[in-house]
Design a protein around this ligand. Structure first.
Ligand SMILES: [Zn+2]
Length: 152
């Protein structure tokens, strides 16, 4: 898959207004994913879910490691699922994202995961925050991305 491709699949959900996006469904999917978290060291289970441009929901949970340093955030698993389950000829992107942890309310992605999301986000991707849906570009402005690499 070419990450620089401008060609996207049918993006039926790319132009949903933030009011019509299925935030409750995403939060519920993130809660379900959280049930699978492997977090024996931090006791901080996390679940993440995103709506894709083809209308699918992809999810992930955090997976800790005894070495601590190679712990995988929930977003890592979610992005892996997105790539693994996308049709090979379609550049599927993320439209809306929700993440939950052990405390009530939305959990925001760490810096590394914001960068991960940038790579696979549709323009105007929204993130569930305590202030309401927020643009990913507001959480990571002037982000480095595929556009900054030489075009092939
Ligand atoms: Zn992270």
């Amino acid at each position: 898959m070419n990450p620089n491709s401008e060609h996207e699949s049918k993006d039926d959900f790319a132009h949903e207004s933030e009011e019509t996006l299925p935030w409750e469904k995403l939060r519920a999917a993130a809660e379900q994913a959280k049930l699978h978290a492997y977090a024996p060291y931090s006791q901080h289970p996390v679940g993440a879910a995103a709506l894709t441009s083809t209308g699918r929901i992809v999810t992930g949970c955090n997976v800790e490691n005894a070495s601590y340093g190679i712990t995988l955030c929930a977003e890592c698993g979610m992005i892996s699922e997105l790539v693994r389950t996308s049709k090979p000829d379609i550049r599927e992107t993320l439209i809306a994202f929700a993440c939950v942890g052990p405390n009530p309310g939305p959990l925001l992605p760490c810096g590394r995961c914001r960068q991960l999301l940038v790579e696979h986000a549709a323009d105007h991707m929204l993130i569930d925050t305590e202030r309401g849906p927020t643009l990913l570009t507001d959480l990571i402005p002037f982000a480095f991305g595929p556009k900054d690499l030489p075009q092939q």
